[in-house]
Design a protein around this ligand. Structure first.
Ligand SMILES: Cc1cc2nc3c(=O)[nH]c(=O)nc-3n(C[C@H](O)[C@H](O)[C@H](O)COP(=O)(O)OP(=O)(O)OC[C@H]3O[C@@H](n4cnc5c(N)ncnc54)[C@H](O)[C@@H]3O)c2cc1C
Length: 543
């Protein structure tokens, strides 16, 4: 039984949970507090349209989870998370039934690119074979010399360029479209650096790791994290929005899975003025408008290979995708948006009743937009898949403004939590040697506003937790988060007791964790299947 946690984590996105799992693996008592009714943040699965249709609310394709050193150590497969692998990683349809098609094999992909094939092979052959070494550097703060400098420098000197420069070496629409679709993930004009970095990384990962979906939905990942946390003695409380650090139970370390704006608000006057001013300078990017569909059958893509792709990137040739990205950056809603599409049914039949399909889509829009882009998204799909509209049984849309209302981390609907300029890629959220540590002792930022940035990889959370373990608890060795680890001793090294920010705050009534239905609930995640139901933790130590 424990009443006072050693560490409190606010927010149960993949980074909040990765932080919590890391701290619990070191033997700490960890309490996660989540504002939404269910855990998972940007990694959740819900029946958004019709009963029996399971939609990924946010993340759907998971190359970063495969590449992440955190998830490799955590071992998703051993935790019961099954990756669903499509035959085609991603495709970029073009008019006239043509498409650029990317599979795991660089050679096969290059062979479809005609005269551009040899240049594609020369670029992505070596990049793909060194993707592991490159990921060790780019899925970490770029603060230390890379362990494998040759491939990292080779990647880095191209990554800082605009996508338009790298695509400029190709001639046909197909090869240029591959770079356009991957680089446009950056939500920046394709004439700006380092958009080539996103493009090269995502294409390299398609070949090295794939762009898999998760069987049953992306929530399986956060379910697995929460299950490991609960098994390690931690607890998760949902339905409790934290508005000030003073509301939190006393703990020696507090880790915030929130935006820089929320960090400034929650910590208030405890943060020195200079740090608060630096947080205010943090720039957010454009937003997204998401549309999910329940379909009576598979999307009738004109190009046959597109019917086997997990992800499709729509927008036509490089110039049209670039025009859409430039329009959004200039604060306009493009008539022909760049649309990301995931069709889980090609690899995971469990998402919809037999013969039926779900479809996940979003497009980029100006920050804070309240415009519902569903009609324009449908028009782009119809352009490459005539007859698509006839299949729609139900749709659910979320504007950029809705995104922020549902998850305050996504300021203005910016799902990357921060514009991905070169400066903010390296120095997010503020220029500091350790980006996770704040000037308030015991207070850390662990969200995707810290390096290595957006995506479901858990590294922001893990690296923030390792900093806290070192700073506050004197634990220097990385705890074993693997599935077969032995639980560490419940005691942590005896150190002078420093109080984190919570130590100064009054203990709020909610922190006594009443178990009634009206009170903030202490329970485990909303299950997708019975396999995920754990006994409610209540306020008891489940260890
Ligand atoms: C539409 C969409 C599509 C995406 N697609 C992909 C994809 O295909 N692949 C991929 O890898 N990534 C994708 N992402 C990005 C990915 O989801 C995020 O980068 C990732 O979830 C960030 O994790 P996080 O833990 O930092 O934050 P989040 O996942 O945003 O979690 C933060 C959590 O903190 C909670 N919280 C915030 N403030 C408070 C508070 N004051 N009190 C209590 N709780 C609070 C929130 O409710 C939320 O649950 C997508 C995101 C979106 C929105």
């Amino acid at each position: 039984m424990w009443s006072d946690p050693d560490a409190v984590v606010v927010g149960s996105g993949p980074n909040g949970l990765a932080a919590a799992v890391t701290l619990a693996a070191a033997g700490l008592k960890v309490h996660v507090i989540e504002g939404a009714p269910t855990i998972g943040g940007g990694c959740r699965t819900e029946p958004l349209t019709l009963t029996g249709y399971w939609h990924d609310v946010c993340s759907a394709a998971h190359p970063l989870a495969v590449a992440s050193p955190f998830f490799r150590r955590f071992d998703l497969a051993a935790r019961g998370v099954t990756l669903a692998r499509p035959a085609v990683e991603f495709a970029h349809p073009l008019d006239g039934g043509r498409a650029a098609v990317v599979t795991r094999s660089v050679t096969e992909t290059a062979a479809r690119l005609g005269a551009d094939g040899p240049a594609y092979q020369r670029l992505f052959g070596p990049l793909t074979s060194h993707m592991d070494e490159i990921c060790q550097t780019i899925l970490a703060p770029l603060r230390r010399p890379p362990a494998h400098p040759v491939p990292v420098i080779s990647y880095g000197r191209r990554a800082v360029l605009p996508a338009s420069v790298v695509a400029g070496r190709w001639h046909a629409q197909e090869a240029r479209a591959i770079m356009a679709g991957a680089a446009a993930h950056a939500m920046m004009p394709l004439t700006a650096g380092p958009t080539a970095g996103d493009g090269l990384m995502l294409i390299g990962l398609a070949h090295a790791a794939g762009w898999p979906l998760v069987a049953g939905g992306s929530a399986r990942i956060t379910d697995a994290l929460a299950a490991a946390l609960v098994a390690g003695g931690g607890r998760v409380e949902t339905g409790r929005w934290v508005r000030s650090l003073a509301e939190l139970p006393p703990a020696r370390a507090t880790l915030l899975d929130v935006s820089p704006r929320a960090l400034a608000r929650l910590a208030g006057g405890r943060l020195p003025g200079r740090y608060r001013a630096a947080l205010r300078k943090f720039r957010y990017g454009p937003g997204v408008c998401k549309a999910d569909f329940a379909l009576s059958g598979p999307v009738p893509w004109a190009n046959e290979a597109c019917r086997r792709a997990g992800t499709l990137l729509l927008g036509g040739p490089f110039e049209q995708v670039a025009a859409a990205a430039a329009a959004v950056a200039a604060g306009r809603h493009p008539r022909d948006p760049y649309v990301l599409v995931v069709q889980p049914g090609v690899a995971d039949p469990s998402r919809a009743p037999a013969g039926r399909q779900t479809l996940w889509t979003y497009c980029h829009v100006p920050s804070g937009s309240a415009v519902d882009m569903t009609g324009r998204i449908e028009a782009q799909i119809e352009r490459f898949a005539p007859g698509f509209r006839d299949l729609i049984l139900a749709r659910a849309a979320r504007t950029a403004a809705d995104e922020e209302a549902l998850n305050p981390n996504y300021v203005g609907g910016d799902i990357g939590v921060g514009l991905q300029t070169l400066r903010q890629t390296i120095l997010r959220p503020v220029p500091r040697w350790n980006p996770y540590r704040t000037p308030v002792r015991g207070l850390y930022l662990c969200s995707s506003a810290t390096p290595p940035g957006p995506g479901v990889h858990g590294r922001c959370g893990e690296l923030a937790a390792l900093t806290a373990l070192r700073d506050i608890f004197g634990i220097r060795d990385r705890p074993d988060i693997g599935p077969s680890r032995r639980r560490p001793p419940a005691t942590i090294p005896a150190l002078p007791r420093f109080f984190g920010p919570n130590g100064y705050g009054a203990r709020s009534p909610a922190s006594s964790c009443p178990a009634g239905p009206d009170a903030s609930r202490a329970y485990f995640a909303a299950p997708l299947t019975d396999a995920y139901i754990l006994t409610p933790a209540g306020c008891d130590d489940v260890a």
